[in-house]
Design a protein around this ligand. Sequence first.
Ligand SMILES: [Zn+2]
Length: 156
Amino acid sequence: MAPIATLSCKESFTISHYLNSPLLSNTANKRVYGECNNPAVHSHEYTVEVITRGTVDTSIGTVMSLSDLKSLLKSTVANKLHGRNLDYEINFFRTVPSTMENLAIFIWQSMKQDLDEPELLYEVKLTDNEQNCVVYNGSGGYVQRKGQTLLTSDTD
Ligand SMILES: [Zn+2]
């Protein structure tokens, strides 16, 4: 049996956002979102690790081209995220909160769309200050329809 391995790379970026749900009271917003419920612009520096998993192609010794993975992650981060205000500049976050969980899902969906072999995508790990971490592996998700971000289950 051919060996199976993971291959990953990391990229850091800065975003700004404001978390405030119209579904929650002011008190609940503060409790759920903490400092991120401050309407003054604030930013976060995140590190994202994108992990692929697959069969090691024994003729070339890799799961996939590491330089392809690196440049795809770099361009996803540089073109779609770094320096952006997620709530105002990224359509995806117009109707879903710009939490770490949803940001990991956004990165997953962007990478999945752009990878030559999307089935190799295994996990997206998003870390804030090396203290908080979200891991997303493609379970459930969202789709974009007419400018709205909807749960995949709402579109079946
Ligand atoms: Zn925040």
